[in-house]
Design a protein around this ligand. Structure first.
Ligand SMILES: *Cc1c(COP(=O)(O)O)cnc(C)c1O
Length: 425
């Protein structure tokens, strides 16, 4: 942040100075990126941590892929339109966002399935060890995948679920892999990836990171931090669309030793040799299983255009400034009305989202959404607000808190239709 920015931010924090926020937007180096998205008029979208908005180039790209490549090109497009290489090409575009080399990231399957693949591979790399260490508060799908794998392997392994502050004690000589989500989906708390990875390595264990709430949200450097494996999501901060394919990274030194448990033909060294015996491809391509979903991959590829010329340092600076502004305003205006910051954190331990706790958080969030401020809710009482710096403005944060204050002060949330739980919260 520049001196001017922090001065303006102080002004915005101090009192009712929406103008200061507008001035921050006017001087924002990322301001022009907002135009790269087709955001609905008048909506304040603070849920890009759950589903990123539609990047402008996606509809046209999908139209071209459907009509020209599929419609006219048909099966020829596997070669002519380069469909067969798309998982690696899109992976190469995600690589710089996580500090990997272009050839070390592949886009395939979903985050949960990629977790299964790398977690199983990690256990095979440490055959004499029995424990997987993770956090009790990790995203449930990650916990379920690990539980399913442990059961599938005959119960010879254990899943050690501990609290975040007990991780160091839990990493002993029996641990094969430490499996963590870098940024907590509920509270936005961020682990020190390098420090935890070093602790895992110190005990002879591997470190596997879920970057679902990190890729495109915070600077990540899998190379410098020594991460062994990583996975992450295509539809959150990468804006690839609902159910977009996910990514998988394996450290270069481990790739030749890594065996996916899902040995499909497109992970074979020579898929079109139709050899009855499986021989894994070199490099990260061995983590592919079957035929990629080309329409979804093309959408994610086009969505990644939004990152052209964007420096993660700018993204991080703005993300922290937006979060600071939100925390300061929410603490001043909403905490007295019962909505408090769920987990106060120093900036270096914060991802790109902030959660507020309120006993009626679900209904309050529904009332807020009805007024055009979209966040989401996580049980039991958390209202989540994501700050995606490519399209979120300082005035959006200001207006969102003002709206929240209004909903709380007026009791507008206290209506039966806002309490009714939908299938997706
Ligand atoms: C969103 C998210 C997932 C999603 O997994 P899917 O397979 O795409 O449903 C996994 N892990 C974490 C930590 C997430 O936040």
């Amino acid at each position: 942040m520049t001196g001017l920015e922090s001065a303006l931010l102080d002004a915005a924090r101090a009192a009712d100075h929406r103008d200061a926020c507008a001035r921050l937007d006017a001087g924002d180096r990322l301001a022009s990126c907002r135009d790269r998205f087709a955001l609905p008029e008048g909506l304040i979208y603070l849920d890009g941590n759950s589903l990123g908005p539609l990047p402008r180039g996606v509809p046209e790209r999908l139209h071209r892929v459907v009509h020209d490549e599929w419609g006219d090109g048909l099966v020829r497009s596997w070669n002519a339109a380069g469909w067969i290489d798309l998982p690696a090409r899109v992976g190469a575009r995600i690589a710089p966002l996580i500090g990997a080399q272009p050839g070390d990231v592949l886009v395939a399957d979903s985050t949960s399935i990629n977790l299964f693949k790398v977690l199983a591979a990690a256990l095979r790399l440490r055959p004499d060890r029995h424990a997987i260490v993770t956090e009790r508060g990790n995203f449930p799908s990650d916990l379920y995948v690990a539980q399913g794998l442990v059961a599938h392997l005959g119960g010879h392994h254990v899943l050690r679920m501990v609290d975040g502050d007990a991780l160091a004690d839990a990493i002993d000589e029996d641990v094969a892999v430490v499996m963590l989500t870098h940024v907590d989906y509920r509270t936005g708390r961020m682990h020190d990836m390098a420090a935890v990875t070093a602790a895992a390595h110190g005990a002879g264990a591997l470190a596997l990171w879920d970057l679902a709430h990190s890729a495109g949200a915070v600077p990540v450097d899998v190379t410098a931090s020594g991460a062994d494996m990583a996975i992450g999501c295509g539809y959150k901060y990468l804006n690839g669309g609902p159910g977009a394919p996910a990514f998988v990274y394996v450290a270069p030194a481990l790739q030749a030793l890594t065996v996916s448990p899902l040995t499909g033909w497109l992970g074979h060294a020579a898929p079109f040799a139709f050899d009855p015996a499986f021989h894994p491809a070199d490099g990260i391509r061995r983590m592919q299983c079957g035929t990629p979903a080309i329409l979804a991959l093309a959408a994610l590829d086009a969505a990644l255009d939004a990152w052209e010329g964007v420096a993660m340092a700018d993204v991080r600076a703005k993300s922290l400034a937006l979060s600071e502004l939100f925390i300061a305003r929410a603490t001043a205006d909403c905490a007295p009305l019962g909505a408090t910051v769920a987990l106060p954190l120093p900036p270096e331990r914060r991802g790109s989202q902030v959660s507020l706790r309120h006993p009626q958080g679900y209904a309050v969030m529904q009332a807020l959404i009805a007024r055009g401020v979209v966040g989401d809710f996580r049980t039991p009482d958390l209202m989540r607000f994501g700050f995606a710096p490519l399209y979120t403005r300082y005035v959006d944060v200001w207006d969102a808190v003002a709206m929240l204050h209004d909903v709380l002060a007026s009791g507008a949330w206290d209506r039966p239709e806002f309490r009714e739980r939908a299938a997706v919260t």
